[in-house]
Each structure stands twice: as C-alpha cells, then as structure tokens.
Design a protein around this ligand. Structure first.
Ligand code: XMP
Length: 522
C-alpha cells in the first residue's frame, strides 16, 4: 500500500510464536506493520520503505545449523531497529559480539531494572515487570552497544543509539510485560516516526480508491459469499468502489444452517445492498454426497461441486461480455494470518484437513484476484465492518466451516439427517445466545451421531440418534479448550432438543480440548 509505506514497521519473523502479536500490538496504536519471513530478500523489505524494522524472537540459537538464515546486511540498512529476544542475539552475533549458548531456556515473569533510560524506555519507571525469554545470552556486546537494563542475573536490554539499534531479551509484545505497549510505541512512533494513521476510515478510503483504480471504470468483479464476516466485508468494500459492477454469488450447498439461505440473502440484499445471485444447488450437492462417509471425501465433493456451481454462474456473467461487460476480477476474503502462514519461516504449516474456502478460484477462469483484507487480522476486519455500518449479526458470526453441516453429521449425509441437525443446531444456537454466551465462545454447535440408542418418552420407547453439543473457547481455532457451559444452559439445550427434534433422543456434551481433539468432529 504505497500511500502508507513511509509509516510501515516491518517485522522480520525468526519463528517465534509471538511474532504475529508484535504486528497486532503495533497496529493497536494505529501504526501499520507487516510480518515478513526473515529470509526475504532485502529488496522486498526496502520496497515497503519501512520506517523501522523489528527482529522477532525465535526458537533457535544463532549457532544452530537450522537457525533461520537472514541476510546480516539488514543490519547495515541504517533504519531504526528493535531486536526482541533472538533478535538481540542476531544483532550481537553479526555485529561482532559473542553469544553463548545456554543449556536450558527459561520463560516467565521477571523484574527488570533500567540502568539507562534510552529512547526505548522513555517515560517508563526504573523497574519493569516483563515476560522473559532467557536462553542464550550475550556474553560480550557488539562494539558500540551498552547494557541498558538487567534482571538479577542477566542482561535484559542493550542499545547502540548512535546506530539506531535497540534490543531486549524479554517480550514487549506479550501482555505480561506491563509496559510493553509503551516500549513498542516509543520505538514505532517516537524513534521511527511512523504516523498513527492506520485507522478504519483511512483503510477504507485507501482500499476503495485502490480497487477503483485496479478495476477501472467499466470492469466487473464476482465474489463468492458465504454469509460470514470475511467474504461479506470484502464484498461491501468492493461494492463501495464499483457498485453494481460487483456480482456476489451465494450458493446453497444443502448443508447450511437452518433458514440460512433465505436469511443471508435478505441481509445481503436489503441491508448491505449487494447485487446477489443466489443459487439453490442443494439437491446437486446432496446427491453427490449420497453414500459418502469419509470426511476428507466429503470435503472434496463439496469443494469440487462448489467450484462447478460457481463456474456455471460465472460463465453466465462472462457470456454477458459480448454485451460490453467484462468480468476480470474475483474477490476473496483472504486474511492476513492465511498470508503469513503460507509464507512463514517454517513454510506452510502441516495440512491436517484439506480446508477449502468458499470462493476458491476455478483455475481455468483466469480471473485476477482482489483480496482487500489481505493485510488484516480477524478483529481488524470486524472493526472495518463496524465502520462500514454492517450489522453486528454478520460481524459477530461464529466461524462456520465451508463444508458446513456435512462435517457435523458423522457418516453419510442424507437430507433427513441434515434436517434433523439443522433443528438441533438452531436450538443450540438460540440457547447459547439467550444465555449471552454466543460471542464469548469461539464456536458452539450441535453434531449428529448416527448411532441409535434407546429412550423413553411418555409411555413410549424411542430408538433414535444421539446429538453431541460442542462449545469451545479459542483465540484463533488452532488450539481450543472445551467451554465450561453453565449446567442450566446445557440443561435447556438438552431438554429442548430431545423434546422438539424428532429423531434425537439423547444429548451429550463434548469435553475434549484441541489438541488432542479437533473442533469439528470430522
Ligand atoms: P478443526 O476442526 O480443524 O477446525 O479444529 C479449526 C477451525 O477450522 C474450521 N474448519 C473448516 N473451515 N473448511 C473451512 O472453511 C473446512 O473444511 C473446515 N474444517 C474445519 C472449524 O470450524 C474451526 O473454526
């Protein structure tokens, strides 16, 4: 984003689990920051015209063969630089100091005494509470550096202000470091001079202008809508730029939640004023799913069928090209974590499930991509959505997998089972919302188990399916804890499902965390 380039802080990722957090913290005070793998060529870093560079932490020792290979020339760029943990050792090692390996790494709270109030510590007390990552340490500092803070038994911070280099052994980005935000602000704003103009209004204005320029005055775009936050916000931004020249395609794949096909259409058309083509392809999907029991196969069937339906609809629009229109663009709601993940220093993370996202690009369509949310985290997307005055109901929607209820019906997906699960799921959601818990949990839903057990209702014996309730708390879906839902809520969900949903006579609660479980059951 050239308009913002001079205010960008580039974070070079040496593999720490906290790297993304550095970017988030800096963005919280409205300075734009991006994470790049530490191995990127320096030209790519310079192309962003960064105001400053942060070297992240990382699990390696500078002496490990597997230590990430960053170009030490980055230390000669003359840009203000903040090294965090491994970043401190990287600076020391490559600038002529000596790092010694420690046998054990220590993590945890520590008290740091500031010996010299450098610009990094400006305005902070002499004693800081920090989250320490204490592994290798600098035995001899690089020439020009001095110790600026210590814990009882280790160096906590160093600096060479004449070379605009600061480094800390602890993690300012984690919440346990009480004054961490101030340090990052001191670095980004006071030292680097980055402007604090990364606001939703600014983002919306620059993004809309950029899309307008990309697509041109007559170009057309299409977007696959799922009804979720990302694709909806992406569509609204693009519509703001090109109006009716954006066509959104919303497909009923037969495994949506109860009434979702109608509700999403209504919201998208009436409240968001989007140009929506709604395609009810449920029969097409369900007939392809008949007899399929393998979870991965279900995903593939749905993924392929989605592309086929999307392709058909796009072809109709492309056929209109003869009439002077040209659809050359495909809008996708890709988020920043997806981008970082796929370019991380470790390489793309291990694929455990073949996740496919709604709007996957049919390869032979040769459409160019518009990904307006590529630079954003989920909560930032919500902030943008709020600024665009989109309904909370969309912005706060819990994540819902592309293959929908198909991966929540164990075994074969049949129309009868979909109908049963839709009812049970609607009750589960309603009760969670009624208890005010919908936004507190990451996901909460019902799963249909195709095993029958015996029950009794009135004077009658029943023999019906079991429904499992799943509710988890999570930051990002990568790990999750099962949520300790209040007994009254579980009681309400269970008794309503058993009495209101024909076909279910037993409800159980899933108390498995991730890992070792996954959030979805398939
Ligand atoms: P798991 O089950 O892997 O889920 O712990 C992690 C998160 O990903 C969602 N999920 C999917 N999303 N297509 C998607 O678009 C998929 O195939 C898929 N499988 C799981 C899941 O809902 C959770 O938020």
């Amino acid at each position: 984003m050239p308009a913002l380039a001079s205010s960008t802080i580039v974070i070079l990722d040496f593999g720490s689990q906290y790297t993304q957090l550095i970017a988030r913290r800096i963005r919280e005070f409205n300075v734009f920051s991006v994470v790049l793998p530490c191995t990127v060529p320096l030209e790519r870093v310079l192309a962003l015209q960064p105001a400053g560079i942060v070297l992240s932490g990382g699990p390696s020792s500078v002496y490990d063969d597997a230590a990430p290979k960053a170009d030490p020339k980055l230390l000669e760029l003359g840009l203000p630089m903040l090294g965090i943990c491994y970043g401190l050792q990287f600076m020391t090692h490559h600038l002529g100091g000596k790092v010694v390996s420690a046998n054990a790494r220590e993590y945890g709270h520590a008290e740091v005494h500031v010996e010299e109030t450098t610009k990094l510590f400006h305005g902070l007390p002499q004693t800081l509470e920090v989250w320490m990552s204490h592994g290798d340490h600098a035995e001899k500092l690089a020439p020009g550096f001095k110790v600026t803070a210590r814990t009882a038994n280790a160096i906590a911070a160093i600096a060479d202000e004449s070379r605009k280099m600061w480094a800390v052994q602890f993690h300012p980005e984690v919440a346990h470091t009480k004054q961490g935000m101030e340090m990052l602000r001191n670095f980004a704003v006071d030292i680097c001079g980055a402007k604090q103009d990364w606001t939703p209004e600014h983002f919306i204005a620059t993004t809309v202008a950029k899309i307008r320029e990309q697509v041109g005055p007559t170009g057309h775009a299409i977007c696959g809508l799922s009804g979720g936050v990302d694709s909806s916000v992406a569509a609204v931004l693009v519509a703001k730029a090109i109006g009716d020249r954006l066509t959104c395609i919303f497909v009923n794949n037969g495994v949506l939640r109860k009434d979702e096909f109608a509700k999403v259409q209504q919201t998208m058309r009436d409240e968001l004023h989007l140009n929506v083509v709604a395609v009810d392809a449920s029969e097409r999907f369900l007939s392809k799913l008949a007899g399929v029991t393998d979870p991965e196969k279900k995903r593939k069937v749905i993924g392929n069928e989605f592309i086929a339906v999307f392709d058909d609809e796009a072809a109709k629009l492309l056929a209109a090209e003869a009439a002077g229109e040209s659809v050359a663009w495909l809008v996708q709601g890709t988020l920043y974590p997806d981008v970082i993940e796929s370019s991380s220093v470790h390489g793309p993370s291990h694929v455990i499930k073949s996740h496919h996202n709604v709007g996957g690009l049919p390869e032979d369509m040769k459409l160019k991509l518009i990904e307006p949310l590529r630079d954003l985290f989920k909560d930032e997307v919500r902030r943008i959505g709020r600024d665009l005055e989109m309904p909370e109901e969309i912005l706060e929607r819990q994540p819902f997998p592309g293959p929908g209820l198909a991966v929540r019906i164990l075994g074969e997906v049949t129309p009868e089972r979909v109908a049963i699960l839709q009812e049970a799921d609607a009750i589960c959601t309603a009760e969670i919302k009624r208890a005010g818990l919908y936004r507190k949990v990451w996901q909460s839903f019902a799963v249909l188990l195709p095993v029958k057990s015996v029950g009794v209702m009135g004077d009658q014996r029943t023999y019906a399916y079991t429904c499992a309730i799943r509710a988890v708390e999570s930051e990002d879906g990568m790990t999750a804890d099962w949520a300790a839902l209040p007994y009254e809520v579980l009681r309400a969900i269970s008794s309503r499902i058993v009495s209101e949903v024909r076909g279910i006579n037993r409800v159980v609660y899933d108390i498995t965390s991730k890992p070792p479980g996954t959030i979805e059951w398939e």
